[in-house]
Design a protein around this ligand. Structure first.
Ligand SMILES: Nc1ncnc2c1ncn2[C@@H]1O[C@H](COP(=O)(O)OP(=O)(O)OP(=O)(O)O)[C@@H](O)[C@H]1O
Ligand SMILES: [Mg+2]
Length: 153
C-alpha cells in the first residue's frame, strides 16, 4: 500500500488501525526525524482506546497502555538505543503477546531483532510540509491493516 496523506488522513488511518486491527500486531515505523512516526503511533493508540496524552517515549524508550477493549498498546522509540542488545531490558522477549499492539519507532536500531510477522510502515517527507508519502508492507503474515482512505491502497 502506498499513498500521499495529509496529517488528518494519516491520523484517520492510524485510528482505524487501532480500532480495527487484530492482535498480535507489530508495526515498525520508519522515517526521518519529524517524518510523522509519533503522529501515527499516537493515532493508533487513541484508536485502540488509549485516553489522554500519549507522550513521546524518547526518554523512556517504551510506554505501555491498557485499553478498554483489552488491547495492550506498547509504544517504543529506539532512537536512543546505543546497542541492539539493550532491547532485552525493555521486555522485548515478550513483545507480540496475543493481546498486544506494538509500535516501534526507529526500528533500525534493533534491525536484526525485529519480531516477525510485522508491518513495515515508512513515512517520507517529499517536500510538501502538510503531506507525507506512506508506504506499508507486510513481513511474514501479519493481520491485515485497513486500507488508506479513498482506496489508495
Ligand atoms: N501528513 C503528515 N503526517 C504526519 N505528520 C505531519 C504531516 N504533515 C505535517 N506533519 C507534522 O510533522 C511532524 C511529525 O512529527 P512526529 O513527532 O510525528 O515525527 P517523528 O517521525 O515521530 O519524529 P522523531 O524521529 O523525532 O520521533 C508534526 O509536527 C506534524 O504536525
Ligand atoms: Mg517520534
Amino acid at each position: 500500500m502506498d499513498a500521499v496523506l495529509t496529517e488528518e488522513a494519516l491520523e484517520r488511518w492510524g485510528r482505524r488501525i487501532g480500532a480495527e486491527a487484530h492482535t498480535p500486531l507489530v508495526i515498525a515505523l520508519r522515517g526521518d526525524l519529524g517524518a510523522g512516526k509519533s503522529t501515527l503511533a499516537r493515532a493508533v493508540a487513541h484508536g485502540a482506546g488509549v485516553e489522554g496524552d500519549v507522550p513521546s517515549p524518547t526518554f523512556n524508550l517504551v510506554f505501555r497502555y491498557d485499553t478498554p477493549r483489552g488491547v495492550q498498546v506498547q509504544h517504543l522509540d529506539l532512537y536512543r538505543l546505543e546497542d541492539p542488545d539493550e532491547v532485552w531490558e525493555l521486555g522485548w522477549q515478550e513483545l507480540g503477546a496475543p493481546d498486544e499492539l506494538v509500535l516501534i519507532e526507529w526500528p533500525e536500531r534493533a534491525e536484526s531483532l525485529l519480531p516477525t510477522p510485522r508491518w513495515e510502515v515508512a513515512i517520507e517527507d517529499e517536500g510538501d510540509p502538510a503531506s507525507r508519502r506512506v508506504h506499508a508492507r507486510p513481513v511474514g503474515d501479519p493481520p491485515p491493516l485497513p486500507a488508506f482512505d479513498g482506496g489508495g491502497a
